[in-house]
Design a protein around this ligand. Structure first.
Ligand code: PMP
Length: 354
């Protein structure tokens, strides 16, 4: 740390992203990326746009907003785009939390929420998950503050229904609920339709997972136009050019390619069901996932041993060494071929330790 670093940030513990190995010797199942390339249309439009990189991108993201609004059947003043959905989440902590509205979230959830809270000097109220790793809905309803709810939750993969979330939104119309739907396309119910009836819900989505564009960094939020205007105030006060030209073009291309998007999702879901079944056959405990990953543990081997043994054999998964989840690993659903190898490798590991 330099002597110039502000006291405000000196104790900040930054988010630790999953490993990104330089050499691709691993079957990479650790950061919930899509195993499929971006849509051909996305690549085509992004490539054509490269010739205009001497010019700033459109700060209003107009074409992209119009394309997304048409795809989602909403008006274009209800949507904002950012550089990945992490940006939106940070903006939401900045815009919608305060001393009277601390950030409320479960104890096991996306690890960036406490970091955004610390970065923005926001107090937090943590509502622990129940013992079966499901969300404590009543606990959230009672909490006073701005709720951040990943649905499906990460890293558990467990989802609430739309009507359960509507119950939380309705319980206090003067409290904002931010629903982080990074993984919603893999089998959960989106709450976007609730943004027509409630002005206290903001839905956050991303192109990183189901649209195979993690490397492009494109996220968005949908909510009533007043909430979106507040987020735009923050965006224009940080970096109005936060979506680069190629990403904007790729996003439009991806939205034109609905069939590719839907086909990839069905493939991931059916591969997930195969993985769950195989892991259960080996006696592993697998939480019910509606995401492109599963969270699994074994009564025979510790989470850390499984993580290390997999890594030794060239398979990378995500291990979180915190108290309640240290027996588990989060395994991204890759291609069918990758997952067949993963199943074979984990079977060998369990057999060897018998
Ligand atoms: N929310 C959740 C729950 C996530 O797991 C992630 C991915 N790490 C994000 C948001 C952010 O995704 P991105 O910034 O790539 O859109």
């Amino acid at each position: 740390m330099s002597r110039f670093f502000s006291d405000k940030y000196s104790s900040l513990k930054p988010y630790v992203p999953g490993e990104q190995p330089k050499e691709m010797i691993y079957i990479k199942l650790n950061t919930n990326e899509s195993p499929f390339p971006p849509s051909k249309k996305a690549i085509e439009l992004a490539t054509a746009e490269a010739a205009a990189l001497n010019l700033y991108p459109d700060p209003t993201c107009e074409k992209l907003r119009l394309a997304a609004a048409a795809a989602l059947n909403i008006s274009s003043d209800k949507i904002i785009f950012t550089n990945g959905s992490d940006d939106i989440l940070n903006f939401a902590f900045m815009a919608f939390c305060s001393p009277v509205a601390p950030a409320v979230f479960p104890d096991i959830t996306y690890g960036f929420y406490p970091v955004f809270a610390a970065l923005n000097n926001i107090k937090t109220i943590v509502v622990p998950l129940k013992s079966d790793f499901t969300i404590d809905i009543d606990g959230l309803k009672k909490a006073k503050g701005t709720i951040f709810l990943a649905n499906p939750n990460a890293p558990t993969g467990i989802a609430l229904t739309r009507s359960e979330i509507e119950g939380i939104v309705k319980a206090d119309r003067n409290r904002l609920v931010v629903v982080d739907e990074a993984y919603v396309d893999f089998g959960a119910e989106s709450c976007i339709s609730l943004t027509d009836s409630y002005d206290n819900i903001l839905v956050v989505q991303t192109f990183s997972k189901s649209r195979s564009m993690a490397g492009a960094r494109l996220g968005y939020a949908v909510g009533c136009k007043e909430l979106i205007a507040d987020l735009e105030t923050i965006r224009y006060s940080t970096n109005p050019y936060n979506i680069n030209r190629m990403t904007m073009a790729a996003g439009i291309g991806a939205l034109f390619d609905e069939k590719y998007f839907k086909d990839n999702i069905s493939e991931i879901i059916s591969t997930r069901e195969y993985v769950v079944e195989e892991l259960k056959k080996m006696g592993m405990n697998v939480l019910p996932s509606k995401a492109n990953f599963v969270f699994a543990s074994s009564s025979r081997l510790s989470g850390e041993t499984i993580y290390k043994e997999l890594k030794k054999r060239g398979v990378l998964v995500r291990y979180f060494s915190v108290e309640r989840t240290r027996e588990y690993n989060r395994i991204t659903i890759g291609s069918r071929k990758q997952m067949e190898i993963f199943i074979k490798v984990i079977k060998d590991i369990l057999e060897e330790q018998k």
